[in-house]
Design a protein around this ligand. Structure first.
Ligand code: 5RP
Length: 235
């Protein structure tokens, strides 16, 4: 029976994530554990290898409460950036990946912790299915912007003034989505971005904006899976 496209996407996500764990994780490493369905395949692969007696001394730093819960459920030992401020590698998913390995993240709302953990890591491996590849960031995906609830409508106006169509993210029962830090997320559709670094600078300079989903110059490696198998790309 032929896979439907979502089953195929799931198969690619799993292939990319498992290949990343097999290639990059070594005994004794301190590892950032990403958030989302692709990253969850990597967490599960690590648990499977541990079940076979491998990588038993690897410690994980989760990038969200959801990933923390999954890792604990699977018996993966965890640590914190307080105990280990420098990590060997982080494996995480992405929403959109440009040719220079700049990415948009935050579809799961974990963008701030994901960026903190990634920036604390010597190597950052993005795992993705081929549908995430894009010629320019912003083509297929909005830029998530995490804002304090204090003054959030002012941030919405500010983001509109930068050219975005802004959608406040909703959670369960149509209530505002809240991040693990209790902040709001404004999804900002800019369209294809010619100068993502200029936008990132503007977002970074604005009080009340606590994070954004533009990860520029952070990813070191990409494991991308599609019909031809898994490909490794380096920045
Ligand atoms: C969460 C993220 C995810 O990595 C991103 O949304 C990709 O998710 P998925 O692997 O489920 O497609 O950035 O904040």
């Amino acid at each position: 029976m032929e896979f439907d496209s979502s089953a195929r996407t799931g198969r690619y996500k799993r292939a990319a994530a498992e290949a990343a764990v097999d290639r990059f994780l070594l005994p004794g490493m301190r590892v950032g554990l990403g958030t989302g369905s692709t990253a969850a395949f990597a967490v599960r692969r690590l648990a499977t290898l541990r079940g076979q007696g491998h990588l038993l001394d690897v410690l994980g730093v989760p990038t969200s409460r959801a990933t923390q819960a999954l890792a604990l459920e699977l018996g993966i030992p965890l640590t914190t950036l307080e105990e280990h401020p420098e990590l060997d590698v982080t494996i995480d998913g992405a929403d959109e990946v440009a040719p220079d390995l700049s990415v948009i993240k935050g579809g799961g709302g974990a963008l701030l912790r994901e960026k903190i953990v990634a920036q604390a890591s010597r190597r950052v491996v993005i795992v993705a299915d081929v549908a995430k590849l894009s010629p320019k960031l912003g083509t297929h995906w909005p830029v998530p912007v995490e804002v304090l609830s204090f003054g959030w409508r002012s941030q919405l106006r500010f983001l509109e003034s930068l050219g975005a169509r802004v959608t406040p993210r909703k959670g369960a029962n149509d209530a505002p989505f809240l991040t693990d830090q209790g902040n709001l997320v404004l999804d900002c559709a800019f369209g294809p971005l010619d100068a993502p670094s200029t936008l990132a600078e503007r977002l970074g300079a604005r009080a009340g904006i606590v994070g954004h989903g533009l990860f520029l110059g952070i990813a070191t490696d990409l494991m991308v899976a599609g019909p031809g198998g898994v490909e490794h790309r380096v920045r």
